[in-house]
Design a protein around this ligand. Structure first.
Ligand SMILES: Nc1ncnc2c1ncn2[C@@H]1O[C@H](COP(=O)(O)OP(=O)(O)O)[C@@H](O)[C@H]1O
Ligand SMILES: [Mg+2]
Length: 352
């Protein structure tokens, strides 16, 4: 197969995406497949083939800060002019993981790895995710939603609704990742500040009750019949799993497998596949759960549709421990992409 490997992109997770893409490239069986790297710079423009190779081939742990590639184009013409069998969008965060790129591949009629445009958009949105989780009868913590308009016109109304939640609160931009713009608010006096910070990143916010919990992650893989990996656990080094924790310090620990009981593992895996289905996911997703310390109950926190694929990332590690090594995982993801594309084109050509 000829595989377009798309990486970098406009989000704050540009660097992580490059590191993920390098791991994917090394994991692809180059005797069976040909990789066409496609680097997207921070302004959203697509590098040419030479620059894309140069960025991909560096063996560093971190990517350089590339604001814009010289001679980059609004779109890589290889996507249109060359034969491409499948796209692997190894892009994290807004403009890559949120359905925007997936919509582009739909429009170009190209099979692509991971969730489709609509599930990607839903999972990027913490408010929509929670609504669908609740609607499916699945557990998630209490929250309220607000936006820039409400905050400007009726801040007291927003404060009053937030007050109904137990402290501490977590104030989050509705559609971001990497813990960017998230504040832990220990007293209502600090709520305004948290809201202002989050509004710097998105027009819509969620305010959640803080859950005193362990953070359990499950890797899910499949289309109609998704499978769940064994659980992993993140032990934050900070008061919560912050941006610094995720990418800068070494203080946070990733435990795989998670030290949970057999019962808890079964429950977590079932919840993860149910959440995957409820949100319309296909291909892959990493479902992040809270295991509340006081009740020992699981709650669904969020679903990441393009989880990290770096050598230390949880998603590939969990599959490795569940019996699927990295090259096999990539093969299966591409097969899932082809199957979904085949079914869709079939139904379009032959409407029932
Ligand atoms: N309601 C909550 N209660 C306790 N901790 C939370 C809550 N929401 C988020 N956190 C902490 O903040 C981190 C980032 O929040 P998350 O919703 O996962 O956003 P992101 O999409 O940026 O990863 C979590 O991993 C967790 O440590
Ligand atoms: Mg998270």
């Amino acid at each position: 197969m000829r595989i377009a490997l798309v990486f970098g992109g406009r989000s704050g997770e540009h660097d992580v995406s490059v590191v993920s893409a390098r791991a994917v490239w090394r994991g692809i069986d180059c005797h069976r497949h040909e990789v066409l790297p496609m680097a997207v710079d921070r302004s959203g423009r697509w590098a040419n083939a030479d620059t894309s190779w140069r960025v991909l081939e560096q063996s560093k742990d971190r990517a350089d800060e590339v604001l814009s590639f010289e001679g980059a184009q609004r779109l890589d013409s290889r996507l249109i002019e060359e034969k491409i069998d499948v796209v692997i969008p190894m892009l994290h965060g807004p403009f890559g993981e949120d359905g925007v790129m997936q919509g582009l591949f739909e429009a170009l009629d190209l099979p692509y790895v991971g969730c489709d445009h609509s599930a990607s958009a839903v999972c990027m949105d913490k408010a929509l995710t929670k609504r669908l989780i609740v609607q499916a009868g699945l557990p998630t913590g209490p929250w309220v939603e607000t936006d820039r308009y409400q905050w400007k016109n009726d801040p007291n109304g927003v404060r009053a609704r937030a007050k109904t939640l137990a402290l501490p609160l977590f104030v989050k931009p509705a559609r971001l990742g990497s813990s960017v713009g998230i504040s832990r608010v220990g007293s209502l006096d600090d709520l305004d500040r948290g809201v202002e910070i989050a509004l710097n990143h998105d027009d819509r916010l969620v305010i959640e009750a803080g859950i005193d919990a362990r953070e359990i992650e499950i890797a899910v893989l499949g289309n109609e019949e998704p499978r769940a990996s064994i659980p992993g656990e993140v032990v934050p080094g900070d008061t919560f799993y912050s941006y610094e924790d995720k990418y800068l310090d070494d203080s946070c620990q990733l435990l795989a497998p998670a030290p949970v009981s057999e019962d808890e593992a079964v429950q977590a895996r079932r919840l993860a596949t149910e959440a995957f289905a409820a949100l319309g996911c296909s291909g892959m997703a990493r479902v992040d759960l809270f295991l509340e310390r006081s009740s020992n109950d699981f709650l669904i926190n969020e679903v990441n549709t393009i989880p990290g694929f770096t050598p230390i990332s949880m998603y590939p590690r969990l599959w490795q421990l569940t019996g699927l090594d990295f090259p096999e995982l990539l093969e299966e993801l591409m097969q899932l992409a082809l199957r979904r594309h085949g079914l869709r084109s079939g139904s379009r050509l032959n409407p029932a």
